[in-house]
Design a protein around this ligand. Structure first.
Ligand code: MOS
Length: 728
């Protein structure tokens, strides 16, 4: 049986609270945690299979042109080499995922440096890698291809209809205080710990791919589309994912190549990307140039708000980093210009990376807001408080729950924010200038359709199953808690099974929608189970109480195992976001407060303290939510201080394609992170009254750090990351 819920209106039923089991929200450990920390969770590349052979991708070394010679004979006699495969289907990719389609292009037509053009298959990895390096390839190179994002020849085009309201220029001319600043951010890599890896196995009818993916329901269609087979013939297995951060939203080249090779060679084929390939041929976050224009009256109320951004992608790609996503709804200002421009260059596809849009848009907007606060001479917290709009400034829709003011106030209090007039370079400790900065956090709330199956077994235990993934976020824990809460069970007796397309299609993990979307499908399934139990007990659903493995109705109490009489109850739950997504402007909110030291001699920035106060609807698990917020703040440190892809301006290749050269924060870069969860319920957020969590922690974080750098040192760096050379 299927129980379906299409959400058109706020769900005021408060269903989880009504259960009062006390399971939801608790800071439970992840059930799969010990498997991961002991190295016994099996990741994609770790499955053993008889006869498995190894493939290594060969990637293009020009930005644009054509492969004229791909000389298989150059490696055919190398030890262990089985085949060189160069097949148009290998170029199929869908960096965004969710498309269900995977555009296939000619593999010999090169469109970016790093594009996969062949797969060398051998008995061992070392043999395959050796032959892949030795394979003789010649190109016809199109030397005029644009690869440099600074190139004046790039023609930018409006990506979507801009938002233009009132007269921004006039507002700027007449304003008491204005800011007109241009910032830049560098490209980013998702930087998941686990590289992209797949093992493909073809039994003549079914292609099984063990892979590291975020969105199995869509990835299955993408792979089938690329291979030209039916989705029913594809099984994806992805129970553990060592981080995705957007880079595994779509099927990726190594998975398609492994599948093509497995079908051709009739043996299981493993392809693991080298770290450099993950950087060079999966996807990047676009670099951005952003102009922010703000006009405020003497009291610091915005009446003009302009945010324009320039980003790039490969020709033909449909994605543009949605830099202005938060600027559309966050602050007031009746005279508005929001305009996103996309330019085409021959660099690896730009796609979703760790909070696409807000991550880099908010860090710039919040730095510009700091500049405005200084121009006006008011406290930057106060400036934010004065500009919280009543309704969406362009669409007029109401906001769903929004505890921005509470986050600003409580975060400031927790941090010990000094609201007295601010001036840079006031505090010096030995060779360090010390200062503080703050920023708002916000990220749009997304939902996605999902199915999940809940089985209440006759022994009084339960199982939740969905092809949903857990990309390190805590999905296993949270789905078990939802089922435990609804069915009156200790989550320890609820088994959660994820990451296999044999299970009902979940929402996948992306856009911070996983817990709310698949969690709501679990909620519906549990409602169905409860209805079945009420029928067995002969009572109204509303009168049924489930607790500690027992069912209660009035004075009656019966153990679930007795009530079920040896028969399992199986229920499918279906959740679909309906009109609710249009009716409200729904987002998560927060505030960051940072203290930094800036070395007076080296320009080095050390983050000393970092506080984040976040409101994100109902907290489903206080520990995993807190950890997600911390993770986002760590990304923010990277975005502020160290992370940036560097492209060779001649051919667009990434010159820092690994963790030795592309610097993500390590332990010594991260001080104690103080996370405060400001509780709320959002009936318009989801049937769980929860909202997204995963990506909020980065959205604005780097702005707070940049503002602290200015307050400490008096240097306003308008190009991220803020490396020592820019501070000096
Ligand atoms: Mo995310 S960057 O939508 O996985």
């Amino acid at each position: 049986m299927t129980r379906s819920y299409i959400m058109d209106e706020p769900d005021e039923r408060n269903r989880l609270d009504a259960m009062a089991q006390g399971v939801i929200g608790r800071p439970l450990d992840r059930p799969e945690g010990p498997l991961k920390t002991s190295g016994t969770a099996t990741y994609a590349a770790e499955y053993r299979m008889n006869g498995r052979i190894e493939g290594v991708l060969v990637t293009a070394t020009i930005a644009k042109g054509e492969v004229t010679v791909l000389d298989e004979s150059s490696v055919r006699d190398f030890p262990g080499v089985i085949a060189v495969i160069s097949d148009d289907r290998m170029t199929a990719r869908a960096a965004q995922g969710g498309a269900g389609k995977s555009p296939v292009r000619k593999v010999r037509e090169v469109r970016y440096y790093g594009q996969p053009i062949a797969l060398v298959v051998a008995e061992t990895f070392e043999q395959a890698r050796h032959a892949a390096k030795a394979l003789r390839i010649e190109y016809r190179e199109d030397a005029a291809a644009l690869v440099d994002a600074q190139d004046d020849a790039i023609a930018f085009e409006q990506f979507e209809e801009p938002i233009i309201q009132g007269d921004l220029d006039k507002a700027l001319n007449e304003a008491a205080h204005t800011v007109d600043v241009t910032y830049t951010t560098e490209g980013h890599n998702s930087a998941a710990m686990e590289p992209h890896a797949s093992i493909a196995d073809w039994d003549g009818k079914i292609l099984t791919l063990h892979s590291s993916l975020q969105m199995l329901r869509f990835n299955r269609k993408e792979l089938a589309d690329a291979l030209g087979i039916d989705p029913e013939q594809v099984r994806l297995v992805s129970p553990y994912v060592g981080g995705g951060f957007g880079s595994k939203l779509g099927i990726s080249p190594e998975g398609v190549a492994a599948a093509v090779a497995a079908i051709r060679l009739k043996r299981p084929v493993r392809v693991v990307m080298l770290r450099q390939q993950v950087f060079q041929c999966v996807m990047r976050r676009s670099e951005t140039r952003q102009r922010v224009r703000l006009a405020a009256d003497a009291q610091g109320r915005l009446n003009g708000f302009g945010h324009e951004a320039w980003v790039t992608n490969l020709p033909g790609e449909e994605f543009a980093e949605p830099v202005l996503q938060a600027s559309e709804f966050l602050y007031a200002g009746e005279n508005r210009v929001l305009d996103l421009q996309l330019g085409r260059i021959h660099r690896v596809t730009a796609g979703s990376v760790r909070a696409p849009g807000e991550a880099v848009g908010m860090q710039v907007l919040e730095a510009a807001m700091d500049e405005l606060a200084e121009a006006i001479g008011i406290d930057p917290v106060e400036l934010r408080l004065r500009n919280i709009p009543e309704k969406h400034p362009s669409e007029g829709t109401p906001y769903s729950s929004r505890k921005l003011e509470e986050c600003l106030r409580r975060g400031a209090e927790r941090f010990g924010w000094d609201a007295s007039p601010r001036k840079p370079c006031l505090r010096r400790e030995d060779e360090w200038w010390v200062g503080t900065g703050m920023a708002t956090a916000t990220r749009v709330h997304n939902l996605n359709e999902a199915y999940a199956r809940v089985t209440l077994r006759s022994d009084g235990t339960a199982e939740v199953a969905s092809d949903m993934t857990d990309i390190g976020t805590g999905t296993y824990a949270i789905l078990g808690q939802i089922a435990g809460e609804m069915l009156g069970l200790d989550p320890a007796v609820v088994t959660v099974r994820l990451g296999d397309t044999r299970f009902p299609p979940g929402s996948g993990s992306g856009g911070s929608w996983g817990a709310c979307s698949t969690g709501s499908a679990v909620l519906e399934a549990c409602e169905g189970v409860r209805a079945a139990l009420a029928a067995k007990l002969g009572c109204e659903e509303a009168a049924l109480k489930l607790k500690d493995g027992h069912a209660f109705s009035g004075a009656d109490k019966v153990a679930l195992s007795d009530l079920l009489g040896g028969v399992d109850v199986v229920q499918l739950g279906h959740f679909k976001p309906g009109k609710i997504t249009e009716a409200f402007s729904a987002a998560m909110y927060g505030a960051f407060f940072a203290e930094v030291g800036v070395n007076a001699y080296s320009g080095e920035v050390r983050l000393r303290r970092f506080t984040g106060a976040f409101s994100l609807g109902r907290v489903l698990n206080a520990k995993t939510a807190t950890s997600q917020c911390m993770g986002g703040m760590v990304w923010g440190i990277g975005s502020a201080l160290t992370e940036g892809l560097t492209f060779d301006p001649r051919d667009g290749h990434i010159v820092n394609p690994d963790f030795a050269e592309y610097h993500i924060p390590v332990n010594l870069d991260v001080p104690h992170l103080d996370v405060l969860l400001v509780e709320e319920r959002d009936p318009a957020g989801s049937p769980l009254q929860a909202k997204g969590v995963g990506e909020l922690g980065i959205c604005g974080a780097a702005g707070a750090i940049a503002n602290a750098v200015y307050n400490a040192s008096g240097v306003r760096v308008r190009s991220f990351p803020i490396t020592p050379d820019k501070v000096l």
